[in-house]
Design a binder for this molecule. Structure first.
Ligand SMILES: [Fe+2]
Length: 316
């Protein structure tokens, strides 16, 4: 009871701070980042470096895969999803609900937080088999191509994240499948890492798009089905506390919090990736995937941890 009272008191204090000093529009206005679009054939270290220093909200790499390679991997993963895909549940005020996204394989953070050594070993055995299958793939696997690209072009190269205890690798990423109709029509706004932006480091995602829903598969009045929306936004620790009622909603799945975010955030940047494109973005900025009525979105997603002077770490 005492802690509930304390928590209610803290929330009331943060709400009164936000009412007096909060200003989300100013946090957005201070971030003038745009999307950098480059063809895969001309991608260079300077493009990656400017993304990693947060000078762009996203790096959209066109033609990373050929149309035939995208279609071939998309159909392989669609077929496997029927048997293997897992839907990770999200916590809301109504309890656990299924998210729009199903993955093939276990996310690295879920594996790392499992205290059972036997289950951790089983995860790493599964990853070893998957990596061997990528090396044996008759056409280069997109995750292998992504790792090569990041190793070649990142200032300090790229390596798979390894378990601190066993030194065995986590997977480089996971296939993600979303099938319409999606639960969130306009998309689920969130950040994957709530830390303030820091020019010397960051958490990024890399998505290789294998298949997108049709252009006319959107819900009424909501354009860009399956596209990405990113909100330029930059805040310090102090800004976070002055705007806590809105910014803390960025890690919440509650419909009420999503409504608060939609009302408060302005001026999103839209990206409509096509099959074969690669999009990298800093997941510390608010973002969402726009929902759709029908069809299936298939992508391969990795997370990247980038820090100045160190190799980029890739995992799922
Ligand atoms: Fe995300």
């Amino acid at each position: 009871m005492a802690s509930a009272t304390t928590s209610a008191g803290a929330q009331s204090f943060l709400r009164s701070l936000a009412a007096r000093y909060g200003n989300i529009a100013a946090l957005q206005a201070s971030d003038v980042s745009s999307v950098l679009t480059v063809d895969a054939s001309s991608l260079s270290t300077s493009h990656l470096s400017s993304l990693f220093r947060h000078q762009h909200v996203a790096l959209h790499v066109k033609n990373f895969l050929s149309p035939s390679a995208s279609a071939s991997f998309a159909s392989q993963y669609s077929a496997r999803a029927a048997l293997e895909a897992k839907n990770w549940q999200v916590s809301t005020s109504r309890g656990l609900e299924s998210s729009d996204v199903a993955t093939i394989g276990t996310p690295g953070n879920v594996a790392a937080s499992n205290p059972d050594p036997a289950e951790q070993q089983a995860y790493h055995d599964e990853v070893a088999l998957t990596l061997a299958s990528y090396r044996a793939s008759p056409s280069p696997h997109p995750f292998s191509l992504l790792r090569l690209l990041l190793d070649d072009l990142s200032p300090h190269g790229c390596t798979l994240r390894k378990s601190p205890s066993s030194r065995l690798p986590y997977s480089p990423g996971l296939p993600r499948l979303t099938t319409g109709p999606t639960r969130y029509r306009s998309g689920f706004i969130h950040v994957d890492d709530l830390s303030p932006l820091d020019d010397a480091r960051g958490t990024f995602s890399a998505n290789v798009y294998l298949q997108q829903p049709a252009a006319d598969a959107g819900f009424d009045g909501i354009p860009n089905p399956g596209g990405l929306r990113i909100w330029p936004l930059r805040y310090s620790k102090k800004d976070f506390y002055l705007n806590a009622p809105v910014l803390s909603a960025l890690t919440s799945s509650d419909p009420e919090d999503q409504a608060v975010l939609r009302q408060s955030l302005e001026g999103p940047v839209d990206i409509l990736p096509e099959a074969g494109d690669l999009v990298l973005l800093c997941v510390q900025r608010p973002h969402c995937v726009v929902g759709f009525r029908e069809g299936q979105r298939v992508s391969l997603q990795s997370f990247l941890e980038v820090a100045e002077g160190q190799p980029c770490l890739i995992d799922s």
